[in-house]
Design a protein around this ligand. Structure first.
Ligand SMILES: Nc1ncnc2c1ncn2[C@@H]1O[C@H](COP(=O)(O)OP(=O)(O)OP(=O)(O)O)[C@@H](O)[C@H]1O
Ligand SMILES: [Mg+2]
Length: 327
């Protein structure tokens, strides 16, 4: 173990007791916003299951529903329908004091805007100590020691007595992660934590998310536009039109020469009742629309273009197929 690794795990043992039970379950989650008489279906039956202790990235186009999902998981918003629970807490019925307690102890949050994560008139150390003091579970000496340990774990010990204005964007986000995990939440949620950072600093912050996940066991869900994120996490989930559509899983494989390679495989997400979304490029390449023909083969299923669309006068929606006409 290198000196820095030893320092990191030492800090983690001192500062962050391992947490357990951060499972995230979303089943058919719907969120409809009504604004000026117009309804927007931000989430349209989203399914997601994240095991306790996992580190998962959420990617997707602007407006696909990523922030809506994180706001629900953080307890700031409630789904219109469906099931959503974090660490066994039902988010549809969460109200009042239980909601405050959930936000204070069960989840931690890092926002994109560096300025939203830290109080500008407090030092890094004071920012981290504040949520612990509010929770009122530990004595001031223990709180201060834990704040120092978290600063070390996130590599920002040198920023201890600085206010956010005297720190770089990356240092502020690392401190923000420390604030978010100060009360040992079971789940850490981050919405575009690297959105305001350059490429190199983004990679450092993502690496810190991984460190926190590995050192404390906190379940981590990161929303990001960063195309390189899948290099940092084992599982990347893509959201399209308010649903989880595809997942990329990374694994390590050792070939016959003993060389270790990283393999990334993309999967379509199948929901409980067997629905899935075809990737946009498949739909475009085969000009699929309205209906497709499905065939079951011994070891796979095939999707075929509806051939009648090519025949003049027979391509209209609702026309019966040849088989149907014969019946
Ligand atoms: N408070 C709101 N009222 C009405 N519509 C909303 C509200 N918040 C989000 N929406 C709409 O819901 C959809 C999903 O928004 P969301 O913010 O979750 O997207 P996103 O994936 O986070 O996008 P981005 O990558 O741009 O942050 C969008 O069409 C958005 O306009
Ligand atoms: Mg967003």
């Amino acid at each position: 173990m290198s000196t820095s690794e030893a320092a990191t795990s030492g800090a983690a043992q001192q500062g962050a007791a391992r947490v357990t039970g951060g499972e995230i379950v979303c089943e058919d989650v719907v969120r409809i916003y009504a604004a000026d008489g117009i309804e927007v279906q931000a989430l349209q039956g989203l399914n997601l299951h994240v095991e306790a202790g996992d580190l998962v990235a959420i990617v997707g186009a602007s407006g696909s529903g990523k922030s809506t999902l994180l706001t629900i998981l953080s307890g700031l918003d409630t789904p219109t329908a469906g099931k959503a629970s974090v660490a066994g807490v039902d988010l549809l019925t969460l109200r009042g004091r239980r909601r405050v307690s959930y936000q204070r102890h069960t989840v931690g949050f890092v926002w994109q805007q560096t300025s939203r994560n830290l109080l500008p008139y407090l030092t890094a150390h004071e920012n981290i100590a504040l949520p612990m003091a509010l929770a009122g579970r530990e004595k001031p000496g223990a709180i201060s020691a834990r704040a120092d340990a978290l600063l070390e774990m996130l590599g920002v010990g040198h920023c201890r007595d600085r206010r956010p204005a005297a720190m770089s964007g990356g240092e502020q986000q690392r401190t923000a992660i420390a604030v978010a995990v100060a009360n040992s939440p079971q789940v850490l949620l981050a919405d575009e934590p690297t959105g305001e950072l350059d490429e190199a600093t983004s990679a450092e912050v993502l690496e810190m998310m991984r460190t926190v996940n590995a050192e404390t066991g906190v379940t981590v869900l990161i929303v990001t536009h960063d195309p390189t994120v899948s290099e940092h996490v084992r599982r990347t989930v893509q959201i399209r039109d308010g649903r989880t559509s595809t997942e990329v899983l990374r694994r390590r494989e050792t070939d016959e020469h003993g060389t270790e390679r990283h393999i990334a495989e993309e999967f379509a997400v199948l929901d409980r009742v067997g629905r899935m979304q075809l990737p946009q490029e498949f739909v475009g390449a085969l000009d699929l629309k309205d209906r497709v023909r499905l065939t079951l083969e011994p070891d796979h299923a095939a999707v075929w273009r509806d051939a009648r669309q090519d025949q003049p006068g027979t391509g209209g929606a609702g026309e019966p197929s040849e088989e149907e006409q014969e019946r």
